[in-house]
Ligand binder design. Structure first.
Ligand code: ADP
Ligand code: CIR
Length: 360
């Protein structure tokens, strides 16, 4: 149940924060009067404040979470607000986050089997992990010169990838519009941030110093300076999730030798959005569900039971009305290993496939 923030009853009702009284986000739920007073004058190393971190929620009362961290230190400084949000989203905060990205063992490999019939339902499989460089502000507070430095460090690291993963880095600025829309439509490239990201500062100086690295076979990608400094992505058509994961491990092992990622012993990798901390892993399938996709609430309830999230085929917050293909992904990323995140996906997708078959 949602406990409404008590801000509306106070003399803070005239601040922009009063907007939260109309929101059912996790921020609105946990930003009590006392927590607000304790945090309102704090300033983080990048110069950001609570006001900036929750601006996306103030502008967008329909936020589910409502918080964007502007730097790694925000996770300590705003802990009285963030800790309950993190627990509510991920389920717990571990004493230690381990197993960020690890090799796939044979036991897991054989456990990662999709239900019979998956081959005709699963269109494609993708695993991404989010990372930020420890020595810079996160995207919402990144100044143009620093965004450029982030991009150039990442491009240098990409040059060291093994031959099988080599490809090209393209800036969005250098792309013509046609190529940009074609890459977005084929699910490779990110679009300009939506209203949630815009209010968090993540579209500042768009599209400068943003881009995408695409391996020659288009099965390995890195997004630069989208919501996080890096989104490291492995994807391919079909449902061979072990191959998708093994490719991600190969790329990650190389990149982590050249880049210093923001991490916390308990919270794991740190990200702009608190939903992406821990392992940063979102493993997803695009899956054709002719029956369940038409029964949104039923699909969502089933997905919830298996710790999965349902998105539209064009990504988060996309309108998917009438589309039989949905995006299913693991919801929890903190307090479980990368392998466990993917286990969540496999178990949940199998249950959903069984239900879809029952309905057909
Ligand atoms: P994120 O980058 O956080 O994972 P989005 O939901 O914005 O989040 O998705 C980004 C892009 O990745 C979108 O174009 C989406 O369609 C694409 N995508 C996600 N999962 C898959 C998948 N399994 N197969 C193909 N494309 C995918
Ligand atoms: C929100 O609060 O709704 C947006 N800032 C997006 C949150 C991230 N989405 C998610 O659930 N993984």
């Amino acid at each position: 149940p949602v406990v409404q923030t008590d801000l509306a009853q106070t003399d803070l009702a005239n601040t922009p924060l009063s907007a939260l009284a109309r929101s059912q986000s996790l921020v609105a739920n946990y930003l009590t009067h006392a927590v607000y007073l304790a945090l309102k004058d704090k300033v983080t190393p990048s110069g950001s404040t609570l006001q900036q971190a929750i601006q996306s929620n103030v502008d967008n009362p329909d936020s589910a979470i409502g918080f964007y961290a502007m730097d790694a230190a925000s996770y300590q400084i705003f802990a009285p607000l963030l800790n309950p949000i993190i627990k509510a989203y991920h389920g717990n905060i571990p004493d230690r986050q381990s197993g960020l990205i690890m090799p796939l063992d044979d036991a897991k490999k054989s456990a990662w089997r999709f239900e019979a019939g998956a081959e005709s339902l699963i269109v494609s499989t993708r695993i991404r992990t989010a990372r930020n460089l420890a020595d810079f502000a996160f995207g919402g507070m990144l100044m143009p010169k620093d965004r450029q430095a982030v991009q150039s460090q990442i491009v240098d690291a990409l040059a060291t990838l093994p031959a099988a993963l080599q490809g090209q880095y393209e800036t969005i600025q250098a792309m013509d519009e046609q190529r940009q829309s074609a890459l977005i439509a084929s699910h490779y490239l990110f679009k300009q941030g939506d209203r949630f990201l815009a209010s968090a500062g993540l579209n500042n100086d768009w599209p400068n110093n943003r881009g995408i690295f695409l391996a020659a076979d288009k099965r390995f990608l890195v997004w630069v300076n989208e919501e996080d400094h890096l989104r490291i992505i492995s994807m391919q058509k079909g449902h061979d999730i072990s191959s998708v994961y093994e490719r991600l491990v190969m790329a990650f092992d190389c990149l982590q030798q050249h880049l210093n990622f923001a991490e916390d012993p308990r919270l794991g990798v740190l990200a702009s959005c608190p939903t992406n901390i821990g392992t940063g892993i979102r493993a997803s399938v695009h899956i054709r569900l002719p029956h369940l996709a038409q029964q949104g609430e039923r699909l969502k309830a089933l997905a919830n039971r298996y710790h999965l999230q349902v998105r539209g085929q064009a990504g988060e917050h996309s309108d998917n009305a009438g589309n039989p293909i949905v995006d299913l992904s693991n919801r929890r990323r903190l307090g479980l290993s990368a392998l466990d995140c993917i286990n969540d996906l496999v178990l949940g997708v199998n249950a959903i496939i069984r239900e879809e078959k029952r309905l057909s």
